[in-house]
Design a protein around this ligand. Structure first.
Ligand code: ARG
Length: 270
């Protein structure tokens, strides 16, 4: 009997909590939207230094989306800039509310987080040193060579599964990988196509190779936590993304991000 009472009492204590737990309400009452991203990823999230004023600002498609979403929810946008490989762990731990970091929607990730509707799609490319472009035109030409990837990314998975005769260097930040490539410590760098063109446009020693790369998971989405209490938040995120996709806002932000980074839209579309 005592045991029964304790169980009933503890269930009663849990109930009101469960009933009121709504992520969207929590975000609104905190007044902040904590957005996780690794801001090394132009045109999605990057720090841009204005050559005229020297002022550093946060730019990119994801960041415009994050700011717009926060505004739409009536809260302040806060960026939590951190390593890409730790984003899902941070989301699940509750230290961020949402991931907007050029993250591809993939089955292994879908097991642990929910994704919004996709808002961007692209291809995968190998970046090499410009003076070695002729050497690397097929996957086989990378045999015995070293490929750089950002830790925890789709690119790491591609390197591990498709470049089995190559060595791999996985690092947390893309600028370091670019440096390794420029110094000749690695021979190729796997990146999302738009990101690759962005880096190549400001690093004259590197270029995007013609190597065809097969990949399975297209479509980038915002990631949020799973569960009933996140349902209204996910719905709000999806409605917002659908709206900015339908009215041309997302296209305008994309164009702006390309221009800021000096990348031509045609190049990224190739
Ligand atoms: N699109 C790739 C992925 O989903 C790489 C994303 C890296 N993002 C970043 N902000 N560095 O795995």
């Amino acid at each position: 009997m005592k045991k029964f009472l304790i169980i009933v009492l503890s269930l009663m204590m849990l109930l009101p909590l469960a009933a009121s737990a709504d992520k969207l309400d929590d975000i609104k009452s905190s007044g902040k939207l904590l957005v996780g991203a690794s801001a090394d990823f132009p045109p999605f999230e990057f720090w841009y230094t204005d050559p005229a004023t020297g002022e550093e600002t946060l730019q990119g498609i994801d960041m415009a989306l994050a700011k717009g979403l926060a505004e739409n929810l009536g809260v302040e946008f806060v960026l939590v800039d951190q390593a890409f490989s730790g984003l899902i762990t941070e989301l699940r731990a509750g230290s961020i509310d949402i991931i907007l970091s050029g993250m591809n929607i993939k089955p292994d990730r879908m097991e642990v987080v929910d994704f919004s509707v996709p808002y961007f799609s692209g291809t995968q490319v190998m970046v090499v040193k410009k003076d070695e472009l002729d050497m690397y035109k097929a996957v086989e030409t990378m045999a015995g060579k070293t490929i750089g990837v950002q830790l925890g990314t789709l690119q790491q998975e591609i390197a591990e599964t498709q470049f089995t005769d190559s060595e791999m260097l996985a690092l947390d930040k893309i600028p370091l990988l670019v440096l390794e490539l420029e110094m000749g410590n690695i021979d190729g760098l796997l990146l999302d196509n738009t990101v690759a063109f962005s880096y190549a446009s400001v690093h004259p020693k590197i270029a995007v190779s013609e190597m065809p790369i097969a990949w399975e998971f297209d479509g980038m989405g915002a990631a949020i936590n799973k569960g009933e209490d996140n349902a209204t938040f996910l719905k709000a995120v999806n409605e917002y993304i659908e709206m900015i996709m339908a009215d041309g806002t997302l296209d305008a932000w994309t164009q702006e991000a390309y221009e800021i980074n000096g990348v031509l839209l045609q190049q990224a579309d190739e």
